[in-house]
Design a protein around this ligand. Sequence first.
Ligand SMILES: Nc1ncnc2c1ncn2[C@@H]1O[C@H](COP(=O)(O)OP(=O)(O)O[C@H]2O[C@H](CO)[C@@H](O)[C@H](O)[C@H]2O)[C@@H](O)[C@H]1O
Length: 214
Amino acid sequence: MAMQNLLIEDMTVSPLKESMFVRPLSLEFKMNGRRRKWDMIKVHDSVVIVIFNVTRQVLVFVKQFRPAIYFSSVPDQDKQNGKIDVSKYPPSLGITLEFCAGIVDKSKSLAETAKEEVLEECGYDVPVENLHKFKTARAGVSTEGTHQTFFYVEVTDSMKVNQGGGLVDEGEVIEVVEMSIPEVQAYAEDTDNMSPPGFLFGLLWFLKNKLPKC
Ligand SMILES: Nc1ncnc2c1ncn2[C@@H]1O[C@H](COP(=O)(O)OP(=O)(O)O[C@H]2O[C@H](CO)[C@@H](O)[C@H](O)[C@H]2O)[C@@H](O)[C@H]1O
């Protein structure tokens, strides 16, 4: 689905009571003999997949509305009494450009999880052995401390079996975006991006290691 038609309405905010996705925790420990306390959030590990379509020499990304990014862009004076004044702020403030990614499901291998995300979000059916793991990094170092594992996969147009777009029945709205190498190079140079740091890392890794030699 094209993100320019996205409609966000009726947004409220309240303290989290229970969640399948995040759990606030308090860690206490002694460091060099001194008691320390650290507030953290337990969240899932994740996989991120850098997808290069070799048929048309484009990188394949996803655009989606990230509620927390939107929330952070709205000034506090427009978040009064638990109501967020969405009429003043366009959804684009929360729409990010990212690699295809997903939460790690402990019952499957990381590569299997990555394969499923590539199919669900971007519509390419790739053999699991084509997914090459190239980095595991640490994300959210202050409060989350998760493992984020990066894969690289080359796809062809013949592997495209559906339009992607995420699990529509579960409310996911994802736009698949293709960018040429010059477009990617320009995006990486921008000083302000609607993308997470891991995305910029993945782009630079691709440009350094996989750029087709012309
Ligand atoms: N906090 C939350 N509240 C409510 N519903 C939630 C939620 N988190 C996930 N969900 C639900 O679970 C679905 C599946 O999530 P995904 O596995 O696609 O992870 P996501 O792309 O959000 O983040 C992945 O990609 C980003 C970017 O790389 C990583 O930071 C992240 O750890 C990784 O899981 C979402 O569409 C949503 O319905």
